[in-house]
Design a binder for this molecule. Sequence first.
Ligand code: HPA
Ligand code: ZN
Length: 337
Amino acid sequence: MTDLSAFIRGLPKAELHLHIEGSLEPELMFELARRNRVALPFKTVEEVRTAYAFSNLQDFLDIYYQGAQVLLTEEDFQDLAMAYFRRVAADGCRHVELFFDPQTHTDRGVPFQVAVDGLLAGMKAAEGAFGITSKLILCYLRHLDEDAAFATLKAAEPWLDRITGVGLDSSEVGHPPSKFARVFKASRERGLKLVAHAGEEGPPEYVWEALDILGVDRIDHGNRSLEDARLVERLAREGMTLTVCPLSNLKLCVVDDLKVHPLKRMLGLGLHATVNSDDPAYFGGYLGENWTASATAVGLTRDELVTLARNSFEGSFLGEAEKAQYLAAVDAYVAAN
Ligand code: HPA
Ligand code: ZN
């Protein structure tokens, strides 16, 4: 176990599915609430942690949007990002592609600029302090309408040289990817990469829509793809990256037990799965814990761990030269350990 944890910690790896608002630890939530004079419906950190028992995605989202209300200034967003990067530096994370939800902030009067500039400052500081590279992905909230997503794309216009892509998150069932066909097309035309949450709670049809209607470059989660053999064959053939989140799946009851998590099965089917934390402050583990817990639960081999590390860089939006450098670092580590 310790050998496994140490091997995983040293293995160069990237995180491709991380909602930065979901890295808000209760301690920082209280500190920011105090700093910003925001009232919280909880008295103690313990009370907050006790509230983190979810039976589905919506249960979680309700409390996640509530927690984000303490984020008001650029400094708050920078502190949030730095706390996350400091934590994953200890897990041997080398590159992160982080999501943020601008509408969660603009809808309560916090300007787009405050969130984006704070996060970009945190990303820059983290590269200096920890050597972790990162890219920013803006997510449209799918429970809101497509006009609201278009307004977000418009607000993002001055920052499009610093935003790598757009994603689609929040309540999945009842909000299929096709609802956002036009805004994804407009996003693509602006040179942005495209990703979408699909097949976490939603059916395989949502994964098909993300591929065929949105034209995504990656699928976030994708678990329910396994219910459709033709879809599995398509995803494998195209080398489509799936950003899988084992501890999130457990906490949101997408799987009943980590031992039956499909991660190993996905690799066996030739799917380009990666391991990620989703919302680590809410789901009980950062990147390293997702790796060690799932490796232990489903019995990943050393070769499978190396494949997951390679998949995390190959599936990233890094340029070819940077990808090659990170992949060479994986190879060097494997040769030496
Ligand atoms: N799924 C959908 N939306 C989200 C999630 C998630 O796991 N985390 C934050 N927003
Ligand atoms: Zn997610």
